[in-house]
Design a protein around this ligand. Structure first.
Ligand SMILES: Cc1cc2nc3c(=O)[nH]c(=O)nc-3n(C[C@H](O)[C@H](O)[C@H](O)COP(=O)(O)O)c2cc1C
Length: 171
């Protein structure tokens, strides 16, 4: 195995992007839960993928562990989210969580939102977030955009973003 994509996905968007990257980069896409069984020593590149949760990186600690274990390999982290672009707060979270890995490349993919596929905890969190946003006075433009984004399910994922990332990463 030369290139591997390790992802975690609840509602399917990150898995879909992992598979698109896998196709474009001739890489195997593996769920994080199965990744422990893999020996990545022979890999040249490791691409990690997860979704954004409240401007934070889901499974950041587990991914940092992989990066530590396989230090020296070419690595990237991609994130999927409901918004069309990465927020400044997300970029800050990335910089903070992976400050020890200055060579780690970061990519953001617009994905969407799928309320129907969320588990109980995520539904609970989203409903809390919806209520908090609804009650908030003096909403910023970002608050209004987020409120609209999580009001119903939608899909803005596109294979072209994965292909562009692969072009950039393997250039
Ligand atoms: C609790 C919760 C918080 C979220 N927070 C954000 C966020 O801060 N920014 C964003 O763009 N999307 C946010 N999302 C949307 C997810 O990141 C998005 O739907 C993602 O693509 C889901 O990936 P998956 O299908 O692989 O699970 C949030 C979703 C949930 C359930």
């Amino acid at each position: 195995m030369k290139n591997v994509v390790i992802y975690t996905s609840q509602t399917g968007f990150t898995k879909r992007y992992a598979e698109w990257i896998g196709e474009a980069a001739e890489a195997e896409a593996v769920d994080l839960a199965q990744a422990k069984k893999l020996n990545l020593r022979d890999c040249d590149t490791i691409i990690l993928g997860c979704h954004v949760c409240a401007d934070n990186i889901v499974k950041a600690k587990k991914f940092a562990k992989i990066l530590r274990k396989y230090a020296g390999k070419k690595c990237a982290l991609f994130m999927t989210g409901a918004s069309p672009a990465a927020s400044d707060r997300l970029k800050e979270s990335f910089a903070k969580a992976f400050s020890q890995y200055p060579d780690l490349r970061f990519y953001y993919f617009p994905a969407g939102f799928n309320y129907e596929k969320l588990n109980g905890i995520s539904r609970f969190l989203i409903n809390l977030f919806r209520k908090a946003l609804a009650a908030q006075k003096d909403k910023t433009e970002a608050d209004l955009a987020m409120e609209k984004m999580i009001s119903s399910s939608y899909d803005i994922s596109d294979k072209k973003y994965a292909e562009k990332m692969v072009d950039d990463f393997f250039r």
